[in-house]
Structure formats: C-alpha cells, structure tokens
Design a protein around this ligand. Structure first.
Ligand SMILES: *Cc1c(COP(=O)(O)O)cnc(C)c1O
Length: 376
C-alpha cells in the first residue's frame, strides 16, 4: 500500500479489487503517456462538451476587486464533472469494459456519467442516496432519460457516502465487466491522480486566459471543495506559481479538511470527519455536492504542506452569495461554488479567480425555499 501524497492516498480495498485497480492503473499509465488518448479527450472536449469554457469578469459582484469566473457552469450538462466522465469513458473503452457504475450526490456526476454512457453506448447504473434523489429530482429524471438505471440507496443518511459504498460493492461483484467511474479525486489509487489529470484542463485554460486578458496571474484562486475535483483541477494550473494564493472552501458542516482527522474512507487515507473511535460523522450541507465526510487525499497533503489554505462557508453565507451573483452578474451558480463566492470579499487580494464549477438550475427549489426561510 504505497501512499501517493505524503501519508495520504494509497489503496485500502478488499483483495478482490486489487487486480482491477492494477489493470486500471496500467491502462491509465499507458493512456497518460499516449498522445492519441489526449487527442481524443481534447476533441470530445471541444466538439461535444464545449471547451474551452470562457473566463468572465464579474464587474459588480465584489466592489473593489476584479473577479474572474471560470465558467464550468457553461460546460455541457452544467458542471465540471463532464471533464472527468468523458476521460474515464475513453479509458473504460480502452479497458474493454461495457458496463459502468457510478455514485452521485447532487446528481451532477450521475448526469455526466449517464451522458457519456449514452454517447458511447455503455450500460450505466448510478447509485444515489434516497435523500439526494428527493433533493435533486430533475437530475434523476435526466439520468433516466439518458438511459441510465438509477438505484436508490436507503441506508444511513441516504446521501453520497452510502451511495459510494453501494457503487463499490457493485464493482466488487462485477469487476470483470464493469468500470467504476468515480466522480471526484477520491478513492483508491490511481483514481485521485487520474481525476486530477482529467480536471487539470480547467486550471490550464484559466491560467492562460487570465494571463492573456489581464497580462498577469491572479493573486488568489478559489474553488469549493466537496470531494475536491474542481478545486484540484483548478489549482493544478497554479501550484507552481508560488505567488498565487490558493484557497479551498468547504461547507462548514462538511469540513473534512478544516475540522477532520486522518483516517480511511472509501479506499484511501485522507482527512475525514470521524469521532474519537474512528466512526464517520455525518456531514451536513445545503449543497448535496459538498455533503460528504471525506475529501481527496491530495488536498490533505496540500493542506499539510501549506500550499493551499482551506476555509469554510456556512449554508447561509453560500445562499447569500448565490443570490448576489444572480442579482449582480446575471449568473445563477450552483450552491457548491456559491461557497467559494462567499469567501471572495474577505480576501486581501484584489485580482481573484474563482472556479464557477456548475450552474444553479438543479438547486433552485432548495435555494429559494431556504432563502425565504432565512428572511422570514
Ligand atoms: C459535484 C460538484 C462539486 C463538488 O465536487 P468536487 O469533486 O469537490 O468538485 C462542486 N460543484 C459542482 C457544481 C458539483 O456538481
């Protein structure tokens, strides 16, 4: 069990999964070094997903600052998740796997997975917590329209943690035919690295676009952190620019980095929400995509090295930023990146780049109800 990121990462999985992870790792290493793989992923990004996404200046959102929004909300299916799903679908085909399983929280990863499975003619099974199915009904309907089977998970908090466990269980039983298309930079090696490299296009584009338009790099780069994939993809573009401050924003009720401890969850050692006995503590966030008690192992390492600072935003702060972006810029963000937007005003930096990881259509009902309750 080699750790991938300092003491974090590794593979904490049942023996039955080791051959599948070895096979995936070999295919990934070959693909990573193969220009044809990146050419195919790049072509799909351009002609199917809508890359490059624009970098928009938010003129009115934060007075006194110049904020650039990396518009992953404009990507096909409405969030950054498709970058990862497309790349893994290409990899699954290389592996000869015709069946895909996935877990989903907000439903965005389920939609991205169902989308690429439709595009490539792969059988698709998505596990989703029953509570999340209630919160994200339109995404459930979309997945079914795309031909995916959505399996409700009725155990525990009936959210992403249990859905992930069920997806892993399915993979163990069907490992010969099935690729597990994990939705964030979590899980056993090589997933955290694989997902980072597939999302790194976000940071690469954002850096080049910012340099071209502003003539310099941003002083600070912010992204919300659930499992951590939009953040790691964004940060990947700037990790070596020492003068650029990197800030990850977690939901206050699901702050695996800010108030977690070292432990193992879903196949990797990372920073997790657990009690003194190592039992997982239930996360809470108004945003289903951040409602997860773990985080990608690379983030735990980046926290410890000090390269990235991790802070939190409450449900209320995120809701206010959600409405503020709508009112000042005409953009309805997903509740997840609204957490990152909520921290912009506190920064010393004036030149700020935020990853707008997804659009808010899926959150309208929940957000409007919660805003009405705040103001009542
Ligand atoms: C899923 C999701 C997130 C959280 O996932 P990460 O892996 O942390 O990026 C953030 N924003 C949006 C729009 C999402 O759909």
């Amino acid at each position: 069990m080699t750790a991938s990121f300092g003491e974090y990462g590794g593979r904490y999985v049942p023996e039955t999964l080791v051959p599948a992870l070895d096979e995936l790792e070999a295919a990934w290493r070959a693909a990573r070094d193969d220009e044809a793989f990146w050419a195919e992923v790049g072509e799909l990004g351009r002609t199917y997903a809508g890359r490059p996404t624009p970098l928009t200046v938010a003129e009115r959102f934060a007075p006194g600052k110049r904020v650039s929004l990396k518009r992953e909300d404009l990507l096909h299916t409405g969030a950054h998740k498709l970058n990862n799903a497309l790349g893994q679908a290409v990899l699954a085909r290389r592996l000869g796997k015709r069946r895909v399983v996935a877990e989903t929280g907000a439903g965005q990863h389920g939609v991205a997975t169902a989308t690429v499975c439709a595009r490539f003619g792969l059988q698709c099974v998505v596990y989703m917590g029953a509570e999340d199915m209630r919160r994200q009904r339109p995404n459930v309907e979309r997945m079914r329209l795309l031909g995916a089977e959505v399996r409700p998970v009725e155990i525990g908090t009936r959210t992403l943690k249990e859905a992930t466990s069920e997806a892993i269980r399915d993979w163990i039983s069907n490992v010969e035919t099935t690729h597990y298309l994990i939705g964030s930079c979590v899980g056993p090696a090589p997933y955290p690295e694989l997902v980072r490299e597939l999302q790194a296009v976000v940071g690469r584009e954002a850096r080049a676009q910012h340099l071209e338009r502003e003539g310099r790099l941003p002083e600070a780069v912010l992204a919300c952190v659930g499992g951590g994939s939009n953040a790691i993809g964004t940060f990947a573009g700037f990790l070596e620019d020492e003068g650029v401050e990197l800030v990850g924003v977690e939901a206050a009720g699901a702050a695996s980095l800010s108030s977690g401890r070292t432990g193992v969850l879903h196949g990797a050692r990372s920073s997790i929400l657990a009690d003194d006995d190592g039992q997982i503590v239930d996360a809470h966030s108004i945003s289903a995509g951040l409602d997860y008690p773990g985080v990608g192992p690379e983030h735990a390492w980046l926290r410890d090295t000090g390269r990235v600072r991790y802070v939190t935003a409450t449900d209320e702060e995120a809701l206010r930023a959600f409405r503020r972006l709508a009112e000042t810029e005409g953009i309805v963000p997903a509740l997840e990146p609204a957490h990152a937007l909520a921290r912009v005003a506190d920064l010393d930096a004036e030149l700020v780049l935020v990853c707008l990881s997804g659009r808010g259509d899926k959150d309208l009902d929940e957000a409007l109800r919660a805003l009405a309750a705040l103001e009542a």
